[in-house]
Ligand binder design. Structure first.
Ligand SMILES: Cc1cc2nc3c(=O)[nH]c(=O)nc-3n(C[C@H](O)[C@H](O)[C@H](O)COP(=O)(O)O)c2cc1C
Length: 238
């Protein structure tokens, strides 16, 4: 795959399960050159909604921080943008959402109607780009990804990104149980290969990856046993 791939590792945690899945996906995509960024470690301020990027300095944000160069040299010129985020209160992590808000500067204010007659903006500099969503969540049911999936689909519409697929792993605690997710990890690598070859992850592979492998009641028991232990450890601390 001779494309520019920019990946955003959006978890604020150092030993992030979502990043592990991102790395597996990228290893499947090899030898595509990919740059990985950590919004958590970058100095990126919140969008202020001043609209300078629309009217005063079209396409240029009034905030001068690491996002200025990142937007110009990475996001705007990427062929593929990978959004990797844990589910945080049913959505993207704040770090990733902050990057998305600042992407507002890519959009021309004038409204156009899309092929479905819906209002939207055009990009100042149109470019064919594809986005992939990678996410993990703590609850066991894959339905917990629904708000994020809908949000991702809407973001793709907004920013004119083609939706290249979703790599979603529920029951994140099983990621810490040896062997529990080995099949999924293989499928994630396969998804990376598929994406590199076709520009899309197949529906079948996405299904294998997001499949629930443990009933909610059993998962609850397993997780609570672990949490009770951790709570006791904290209680015992002097
Ligand atoms: C602030 C916060 C909010 C969370 N909200 C949800 C949630 O709404 N639904 C869910 O299933 N898991 C939720 N989780 C659990 C994480 O999505 C889950 O542990 C994930 O695998 C963490 O990924 P990471 O290791 O890459 O940070 C939340 C965790 C945190 C810290």
């Amino acid at each position: 795959m001779n494309k520019k791939v920019v990946a955003l590792a959006g978890s604020p945690r150092r030993r992030s399960f979502t990043e592990k899945i991102l790395d597996l996906f990228l290893s499947g995509m090899e030898p595509a050159a990919c740059k990985k960024y950590y919004p958590q470690r970058m100095a990126i301020k919140y969008c202020r909604g001043c609209m300078a990027c629309w009217f005063k300095t079209p396409g240029r944000c009034s905030i001068k921080d690491e996002m200025t160069a990142f937007l110009k040299t990475e996001i705007e010129t990427a062929d593929v943008v990978i959004l990797a985020s844990p589910v945080y209160v049913d959505g993207f992590s704040a770090q990733l959402k902050t990057v998305l808000d600042r992407c507002f500067a890519l959009l021309d204010p004038l409204l156009v109607l899309d092929e479905k007659g819906r209002c939207r903006h055009q990009r100042f500099k149109p470019r064919t780009q594809t986005a992939v969503l990678i996410s993990t969540c703590g609850f066991s049911e894959k339905i917990n990804f629904e708000p994020l999936r809908r949000h991702f689909a809407a973001v793709c519409q907004n920013l004119h990104w083609q939706n290249g697929g979703e790599i979603l792993i529920p029951a994140g605690a099983l990621g810490f149980v040896a062997g529990a997710y080995d099949e999924k990890y293989k499928a994630v690598q396969k998804a990376g290969r598929e994406f590199a070859e076709t520009g899309r992850v197949s529906a079948r592979t996405m299904q294998v990856i997001s499949k629930e492998t443990m009933a909610a009641a059993e998962y609850k028991k397993m997780v609570n046993r672990f949490f009770e232990k951790r709570k006791r450890r904290v209680d015992d601390e002097p």
